[in-house]
Write a protein that binds this ligand. Sequence first.
Ligand SMILES: [Zn+2]
Length: 248
Amino acid sequence: MDDLIKKAAEDLSGAKNVTALTGAGASIESGIPAFRGKGGLWEKYDPMEVAHIDSFLQDPVKVWNLLIKDMKDVIDQAQPNDCHKGLAKLEDLGKLKTVITQNVDGLHQMAGNTDVIEFHGTFAWQRCMECNTHVETRHVDISEIPPRCDCGGIFRPNVIFFGEMIPQEAHWRSHQVATECDVMLVIGTSGVVQPAAMMPVVAKESGAKIIEINPESTLLTGEISDYLIKGPAGDVMKGIVAQIEKMD
Ligand SMILES: [Zn+2]
């Protein structure tokens, strides 16, 4: 792993334009549970029941009580981990321009990254379904469910529920930054969920080097990624940033 961390540090130092694509694995060390896979939220809940837009519209009280309240608890308290901090540091160093994320926890922005494309929207903000006012989730009063805006409208998380479209602009911009980067860091995502999974392919086809950081090999490993650094995202990013700082 140490040799690969050195290699990644060299590749990133030599790069002009780095993009990162992050998934659930980037936030696990911040205590955010994954949705998919073993131990994920969708083992506990049926997403079609608790996370489909039709369920929410039919019964917002139920969806708030079953899922959103718990997520609010977790996300209100979550702090960026060494993976988020490492990516923010890479931006400070003038290497990293854009983070594309499948996560909805807002932790990249909290860590300090300024250009974050959120494929699935953000749970860090709620919006009123009547007047479209946006309020930070941690400032929403949930003493009554569903929480309501001053106008009487119901608040909903500013995420993409199942049955809703990925925002066009997020899709279009990610495609563009994937085309323009010369190194893409793929962190904590197995490359299955579209359209995010397409971005490493787009970057690769445009000539970028793909550095994968995941605890296990994935569909991308050996196919799309140039190499895989196996390990927890926070440890690996911390190691890479320390190495880059040593080199400068
Ligand atoms: Zn309102």
